[in-house]
Design a protein around this ligand. Structure first.
Ligand code: ZN
Length: 98
């Protein structure tokens, strides 16, 4: 008989307002934390194309953060007035080390 390890999971509900920050970490270790509520300048994108420290180009999928920024800002007023309307659920393992 084969023993099976079952991981226990908890769920954490995160409001849209609490999901406000997004972080990109470069291969060189540099982390860039960006505020999703920030509207980029008219001539700039929200998502960076490259690391400002080492010059490494980020994966092109990072560009999808531009759309996430637009969606977040579009829902921001709704979230401020009614924080429970849109929530996210994060699954957290009991086995996770602190
Ligand atoms: Zn870098």
């Amino acid at each position: 008989m084969r023993a099976t390890m079952l991981a226990m999971y908890k769920e954490r509900v995160i409001s849209l307002l609490d999901l406000r920050w997004v972080c990109i970490t470069c291969k060189c270790g540099t982390s860039i934390t960006m505020d999703l509520s920030r509207k980029p300048r008219q001539d700039a994108n929200f998502a960076p194309v490259m690391c400002q420290v080492c010059g490494e180009l980020f994966d092109t999928s990072i560009r999808n953060l531009n759309d996430l920024n637009v969606a977040f800002r579009a829902m921001l007023e709704l979230a401020k007035g009614s924080p429970d309307t849109v929530t996210f659920i994060s699954r957290v393992s009991d086995d996770a080390k602190p």
